[in-house]
Design a protein around this ligand. Structure first.
Ligand SMILES: C[S@@+](CC[C@H](N)C(=O)[O-])C[C@H]1O[C@@H](n2cnc3c(N)ncnc32)[C@H](O)[C@@H]1O
Length: 254
């Protein structure tokens, strides 16, 4: 899926969740000081920022198919080797990295098995491959309330819950299938505060990701209904959204 939107819109929509998730994910993998690390689907750089406190910034690399996100990441992290590309054909050599990570990307890959196999290819034997995706299937993604509201207006709408990576065991299965050993899975949770319903709703109107794109496709009257249903499901005043991702890591075989 393409992300042809401004990095600033992404930051307001998902960056609020992906930044704290990146801190938890980089801690959990874990990434050793001095390790050379690839961030697959780096976007504007939430995970790169977290990784920079684990290893030397000049040991970091990233790829992303979105030109706007790549431009933002390059401006923010000029010391990193950031290249245009997709997981299914990673533009780096075999065994180039000590670790390859993908945060909130597996469910957007056109071929998740090929993407994870590529992450394994560019990671040295004994290195780590890891990925995480929100628990859409379990209704614990940041967007789950939105998808519930949209589903009541447009029953049967594609709500990300059947995408590969969005269910318990999906990423673990991909890592095992690609030959990784010592595969482990965990739940990573983050809590994000919102001052008002309006602060929560506004990022959905920016057209970012499947949620924003589905909303933009609706007729005006249906958009109003989705907003009204969301407002019924959430408090009006300050509230906290807790979201949980499935994370899995494995060791590349010799
Ligand atoms: C939800 S964003 C996550 C960005 C960043 N990793 C983060 O946690 O904020 C999904 C990212 O995956 C990228 N993407 C989509 N399809 C991809 C693919 N096949 N291979 C690599 N990245 C992909 C998008 O361009 C976007 O930057």
């Amino acid at each position: 899926m393409s992300f042809d939107v401004a990095a600033e819109a992404y930051d307001r929509f998902m960056g609020r969740f992906s930044r704290p998730l990146a801190v938890a994910f980089a801690d959990w993998v874990p990434v050793a000081q001095g390790a050379r690390v690839l961030d697959v689907g780096c976007g504007p750089g939430a995970l790169l920022a977290a990784l920079a406190s684990h290893t030397s910034p000049d040991q970091l690399a990233g790829i992303d198919p979105s030109e706007s996100f790549l431009a933002a990441a390059r401006a923010r992290f000029p010391w990193a080797d950031l290249r245009h590309g997709s997981a299914e054909a990673i533009p780096f050599d075999d065994d180039d990295f000590d670790a390859a990570l993908a945060q909130l990307v597996v469910h957007f890959m056109t071929d998740a098995a090929a993407g994870v196999a590529e992450m394994v290819r560019v990671t040295r034997p004994g290195g780590t491959v890891a990925a995480c995706v929100w628990d859409f299937a379990g209704g614990r993604a940041p967007q789950s309330t939105f998808w519930s509201a949209l589903g009541s207006v447009s029953p049967g709408v594609e709500n990300e819950s059947r995408r590969t990576g969005s269910s318990e065991g999906d990423i673990t299965g991909l890592l095992r299938q690609s030959g990784c050993s010592d595969v482990q899975e965990a739940e990573l949770s983050v809590a994000v505060d919102f001052a008002s319903f309006e602060e929560w709703w506004e990022p959905y109107t920016l057209g970012v990701a499947p949620a924003g794109q589905q909303l933009a496709r609706l007729a005006d009257a249906d958009r109003v209904r989705v907003r009204a249903r969301s407002a019924e499901l959430l408090p009006s005043g300050p509230f906290t959204i807790t979201a949980t991702a499935w994370a899995a890591r494995g060791i590349v075989a010799d």
